[in-house]
Design a protein around this ligand. Sequence first.
Ligand code: FMN
Length: 333
Amino acid sequence: MLFTPLKIKNLNLRNRAVMSPMCTYSAAGDGVATSWHLVHYATRAAGGVGAIIVEATAVEPRGRISKYDLGLWDDGQIEKLKEITETVKSLGAAIGVQLNHAGRKSFVPEPVAPSPIPYHSGSKPRELSEAEIQDIINAFRVAALRAKAAGFDFVEIHAAHGYLINQFLSPLTNARTDRYGGNEINRVRLLSETISSVREVWPEEKALSVRVSAEEHVKGGLKPEDIGRIMSNFKDQVDIINVSSGAVVRTEINAYPGYQLGYAAAVRKLSGIPVIAGGLIAEANMARMALESGACDLVYFGRELLRNPYFVANEAHKANIAIYQKQYRRAYE
Ligand SMILES: Cc1cc2nc3c(=O)[nH]c(=O)nc-3n(C[C@H](O)[C@H](O)[C@H](O)COP(=O)(O)O)c2cc1C
């Protein structure tokens, strides 16, 4: 099943393998992609993945995790990304970009957050005003417009791993008493308004993904049932949920191959939206199990694809399925 196609909105995926978004911290300090990014993503497309999600890309300079993150806050960042999307598409993969604001997890001297609760020791975030929240929602919208101009097939809103939207969602990091904090409806408001705002400019026929931390691995944190219930409200706007977990607060987790599949299955069932699942999956058989068991619709591969860009082509070859660039035929016949 890993090697079967899937259609979601405009995405005609040649198989179910997705390259997980992974920061490479390789922009030159101005958020502009480089030739390194082009080679990095094009190689994984040549290696056979169905879709690529480009690493966390900041919607404003203050929303970067590091100084070397990619950005989409300026028109000058479009051109190089366009070269990357055109190349990746010519190699048969779909390509999306993960839009992010790091909030209290940004390196900047004065990070912003829902509440002044530190993540990094020695750096106290400043609480955002409601007007500033509106500016950030607008930054996501304008970044999506630039993503469209850069030729991305889909965008993914990063609402996982303890970055800004996740900081609002989680009761562990949101102590606000206004419309953006307190009960679940209020904690979800930033995500909800961001989705609506991006949807206003992101074409109806194009897929929209949201990445979530479905399990926060600590007492009082969000659980898969919470995330599944929350996401069920966005059935008309969101086409894919990319299920991850953790990184909201520091904690030890017992991670093993497939440890997040149960979270994905719960989110998929409760939301009724197709999901991407993964985490420590580095074998086609395990991916097949995840798909056939109904836990997910797509499987993401992260570190395995850093080690082995031709992972999908090579695993397909073992199953007598041809997924390779025609120039490499003699290696696979
Ligand atoms: C170097 C590195 C960078 C990452 N950067 C991001 C990121 O930008 N956005 C994101 O949602 N997850 C990020 N992740 C998490 C991965 O997308 C993925 O969920 C995680 O590595 C688990 O999958 P794996 O076991 O197949 O690697 C990163 C992981 C690694 C190893």
